[in-house]
Ligand binder design. Structure first.
Ligand code: FES
Length: 104
């Protein structure tokens, strides 16, 4: 287990023990965070949008092409924007800090 630090849409901070080997989206969804994730992780809805804390962006890595296409259609994209279903949670990401993006 490894920690994920989360800021929700109300600005409240909390942390969870993340499950390794599943996506960040699945970790958030399984812990009842407000994240629609309508497509279930198929990279086709963009309702799992999060902002990776700046200090974690290098470690998490860049967006893939499909993510970029979906994120381009959103108004609230920021440099740290990612689709959380496209990030596998690994031991290396212990301590990951993220913010859940606004609902669009
Ligand atoms: S859950 Fe739909 S794009 Fe991530």
């Amino acid at each position: 287990m490894a920690k994920i630090f989360i800021t929700n849409r109300e600005g409240e901070q909390s942390e969870i023990e993340g499950e390794i080997g599943i996506s960040v989206m699945e970790n958030l969804r399984d812990n009842d965070y407000e994240l629609e994730a309508i497509c279930g992780g198929q990279c086709s809805c963009a309702t799992c949008h999060i902002y990776i804390d700046e200090s974690w962006m290098d470690k998490v890595g860049p967006r893939n092409d499909e993510e970029n296409e979906l994120l381009e259609e959103l108004d609230c994209v920021q440099p740290g924007s990612r689709l959380s279903c496209q990030i596998e949670f690994t031991e290396d990401l212990d301590g990951l800090a993220l913010t859940i993006a606004p609902d669009e």
